[in-house]
Design a protein around this ligand. Structure first.
Ligand code: ZN
Length: 72
């Protein structure tokens, strides 16, 4: 049988691991993905029209028509 002290210690260890994992995740989120911001479709439009397709609906140049949604 497990003694109450062992159970409490086990819970403490689990809680500690949980908190550490949370802190690590928070730090990764804070310092993470700088690529995501500032990289939008609007920037792509002016990049290289020769390698891009022109949308037949709105005339915007896009790298992939499948991913493109016309602005309304
Ligand atoms: Zn379009």
């Amino acid at each position: 049988m497990l003694s109450p002290i062992k159970i409490i210690l086990l819970l403490a260890v689990v809680a500690g691991v949980f908190l550490i994992a949370r802190m690590v995740r928070g730090a990764v989120k804070k310092g993470g993905n700088p690529v995501d911001t500032g990289y939008s479709n609007e920037k792509d439009e002016g990049a290289d029209p020769t390698e891009m397709e022109k949308c037949p609906n709105c005339g915007t140049y896009v790298s992939a028509l499948e991913d493109h949604r016309c602005k309304r």
